[in-house]
Design a binder for this molecule. Structure first.
Ligand code: SF4
Length: 270
C-alpha cells in the first residue's frame, strides 16, 4: 500500500468506536497522529494484523514534513462541523462575528465557522494544528502552576527522543549562539521571565495557547559541561491538548526561534 495521502485514508481502516485504548480521544485524532508520524498504526489494538501489514508508514520526521498541510485541511473541515460558539465557552475563548479568537504567543489567532484562520502572525502549520485541536478537543482546565517535563506527560515518554531532537536540541542551539533570544521571547512573544526554576540560569514562560503555558529553562555551560535546555509544561497540559499537538507546539516554537535568530544574522551550530 502506498503511503496515505491524508488522515482520512488511515481513519477509514480504524474501528471508529472511539474507545480511547490508544490514548487518543477519537479514532480521527489517532489517524491524525499516525499521519503526522507521531504514532504507529499498530498502536491501535483493534486493528487486524493484515491491515497493519498493508501500511508502509515511513519514518516519523518525513511524514510530519510531507503531510502536515493535509492534516491541517482535515482539522479545518472538522471545525466547520462543530458548534464554534459552544467550543468558545468550553475553552473560554472570545466568540464574535462567527469567529472564535484566543491568544497565541500574545497575538490574536482566530478561526471562523468555515475553518478559515486569521492572525496577525505568520500562520505556521506547526502552530495552526495545535490551535485547531485545542479548539476541537481542549477541556479548558485551569492551569495548576505545577511543571512537568514532556516525558512526564501522558504518552510523552515514548515520544520524548523525537521531542528532544526536534524541539529542545534546536532551541538550545539557538540559545547558545543568539544571546538576545530570551529577551526576544519576552518582547516579541509576550513571554515572562520568572525566578530560576530547577536551578536553571534563565527561565521564561510563554503562552502558545492560553491554558497551555510552556516554560523554557536554560543552563549555561559550566565547569567544562555543555549548556542545556529543557521545556516544561503545566501538569494539566496533556488534558487540555493531545500529546501530538503539544509536540507540534514545541517543534513550531523551535522553528520560529531559529528563523528569528537567522533574521538577526545568527547561524545556530548544526
Ligand atoms: S484504539 Fe483504535 S478504535 Fe480505539 S480510539 Fe484508538 S484508534 Fe479508535
Amino acid at each position: 500500500m502506498p503511503s496515505p495521502k491524508n488522515a482520512m485514508e488511515i481513519f477509514q481502516y480504524l474501528d471508529k468506536s472511539n474507545c480511547r485504548e490508544c490514548g487518543h480521544k477519537t479514532c480521527l485524532a489517532f489517524a491524525g497522529a499516525v499521519f503526522t508520524g507521531q504514532r504507529k498504526i499498530s498502536d491501535c489494538p483493534k486493528l487486524p494484523k493484515h491491515i497493519i501489514r498493508r501500511f508502509s508508514v515511513k519514518e516519523a520526521g518525513n511524514i510530519i514534513e510531507q503531510n502536515r498541510d493535509e492534516y491541517l485541511a482535515d482539522l479545518k473541515k472538522e471545525i466547520s462541523r462543530i458548534d464554534l460558539a459552544e467550543a468558545a465557552k468550553r475553552i473560554e475563548a472570545r466568540f464574535a462575528d462567527n469567529k472564535l479568537t484566543l491568544k497565541v504567543l500574545g497575538k490574536d489567532f482566530s478561526v471562523d465557522t468555515n475553518g478559515q484562520l486569521y492572525t496577525d502572525i505568520h500562520v505556521n502549520p506547526w502552530v495552526a494544528v495545535p490551535f485547531l485541536n485545542y479548539v476541537l478537543h481542549g477541556k479548558g482546565l485551569p492551569v495548576s502552576g505545577n511543571w512537568k517535563s514532556f516525558r512526564e506527560l501522558t504518552e510523552g515518554k515514548a515520544r520524548y527522543p523525537l521531542f528532544q531532537k526536534r524541539c529542545e536540541a534546536v532551541i538550545k542551539r539557538v540559545a547558545d549562539t543568539y544571546t538576545e533570544l530570551f529577551d526576544d521571547m519576552v518582547h516579541l512573544f509576550n513571554g515572562r521571565k520568572v525566578a530560576e526554576q530547577f536551578e536553571s540560569d534563565i527561565s521564561v514562560v510563554l503562552h502558545p495557547l492560553p491554558r497551555l503555558p510552556l516554560m523554557v529553562c536554560y543552563w549555561l555551560p559550566e565547569d567544562g559541561l555543555d549548556s542545556s535546555l529543557n521545556l516544561f509544561f503545566d501538569e494539566t497540559a496533556d488534558r487540555n491538548l493531545d500529546i501530538g499537538s503539544i509536540f507540534s507546539l514545541g517543534a513550531g516554537l523551535a522553528q520560529m526561534l531559529t528563523k528569528l535568530a537567522q533574521r538577526h544574522g545568527y547561524t545556530p551550530d548544526p
